[in-house]
Design a protein around this ligand. Sequence first.
Ligand SMILES: [Fe+2]
Ligand SMILES: [Fe+2]
Length: 245
Amino acid sequence: MSSLNAEPQQACLPSGSIPGEPPLGRELTDRLLTISHDYCQAEGGCHGPDHTERVHNLALHIGRLMNARLDILSAAALLHDIGRSQEMLSQGKICHAAKGAEMSRAILAGLGFPPEMQEAILHCIEAHRYRNNKTPETLEAKILFDADKLDSIGAIGIGRAFLFAGQVGARLHNRGVDVAKTSSYSTEDTAYREFLVKLCKIKDKMLTPEGKRLAAERHEFMEVFFRRLEKEIHGSPRNIHANSR
Ligand SMILES: [Fe+2]
Ligand SMILES: [Fe+2]
């Protein structure tokens, strides 16, 4: 394995494109990108194509450090959220990871991926959410999990949380919220609630050394941001973990 401390500058990754020569080759990568864009376009800035591309770049970055199968990682990252619109339409009742794996089976077969590679890719997609007893079991699945979660924290995570809050019509901020009494997709489903319920816990869930390193750095920035938000709105910061659950 390469040294995990060798490239600290990789915390800042290019986004909005697939740089260099992709592991699956340019033609197949572009076909997967097109398919992914078609399914994810309607998800806007939160779970749209640029999220997929950032996750892809992060997954390859971690994958290179850990000598993972970059071809499996690449396909899995590009398709990992194609079931998102189904989850959004069902207001969370459909799991997009399970649905995405189901949808990807036919796509991968149609593109001629060998059966054993299909299974490896489908496992990554199905387990990237780490729910419903679908635990990431392979190195590539663990890396995709970390890459996806990393894109929900730090400055990007804050931006995405506000975008999502806007999509569901939530308020800008709700300082005194008791998160136990609020629900997803409500007007109280603010970026701050997302931080208290989910984002503040992500750094402790990372599965790879590089994932842990990047998550710690991104977590620190979120703490600074929400303290600042509190200060600007209310004049003084409060304990941002006081009402988390
Ligand atoms: Fe996802
Ligand atoms: Fe994702």
